[in-house]
Design a protein around this ligand. Structure first.
Ligand SMILES: N[C@@H](CCC(=O)N[C@@H](CS)C(=O)NCC(=O)O)C(=O)O
Length: 201
């Protein structure tokens, strides 16, 4: 029997990707809440980057949502998800841009929370980068899909979790991109999405 421990918070979009994949492949796991001091300290003992998600799979720590989900798919199969080819250039492009804009907005969110002015040149650059990246992603979506597989997979999970986090934290006016809003709508009833939102667990 495999053991999976997931260290994270319910509001983190990167952690949510792992929660969605675990639901899609039907795997139970032990949840360790890192917003609590004890969980945070356990996570820091495992992950030198002090970031979530962190997973302990059969006793071995794995870091980074991308690495974690690929290991989970390799160990347990894809369930109902599209087969994932991490070397596919089309997949790499959308995943890299999604992660880039999410990292930029998370970074700005934390800095602004700590009092850094949004007029700071680097934060202005992060905002411009976010706008450019989301406009590019908007030009890439084809209805509910981001790649030519036209199946639900990791690129879609990445974009859904990123957009819903932006809306939840109100860090970016997602409604300025109608095709991204439409993309989101087409996935929101899916069980793994509907049951894992930041407000819903
Ligand atoms: N590339 C990482 C990013 C993870 C990440 O940035 N997680 C955030 C929470 S959403 C975090 O742990 N931030 C803590 C910090 O930066 O101090 C991944 O895909 O897992």
């Amino acid at each position: 029997m495999n053991s999976i421990e997931l260290f994270g918070t319910v509001t983190s979009p990167y952690v949510r990707r792992v929660r969605i994949v675990l639901k899609e492949i039907g795997r139970a796991y032990r949840w360790v809440d890192t917003s609590q001091p004890e969980g945070q300290s356990l996570m820091r003992d495992l992950n030198p980057l002090w970031k979530i998600p962190t997973v302990r799979l059969d006793g071995r720590a794995i870091f980074d949502s991308g690495v974690i989900v690929r290991q989970l798919l390799k160990a347990f199969g894809h369930g109902g998800l599209a087969l994932h080819d991490p070397d596919d250039v089309e997949v790499c492009r959308v995943v890299t841009v999604t992660d880039g804009v999410l990292d930029a907005l998370i970074n700005s969110f934390y800095l602004k929370k700590e009092g850094v002015s949004d007029q700071t040149p680097y934060l202005q650059k992060q905002e411009g980068r976010s706008r450019a990246a989301l406009a590019w992603l908007e030009s890439e979506v084809r209805g509910p899909w981001l790649t030519r597989t036209h199946r639900f997979g990791l690129p879609e999970i990445g974009l859904i979790t990123a957009l819903e986090w932006m809306m939840f934290r109100q860090v970016y006016p997602v409604d300025q991109h109608p095709r991204l809003v439409e993309f989101l709508k087409q996935h929101q009833a899916r069980e793994s999405i509907a049951s894992t939102g930041p407000e819903r667990e």
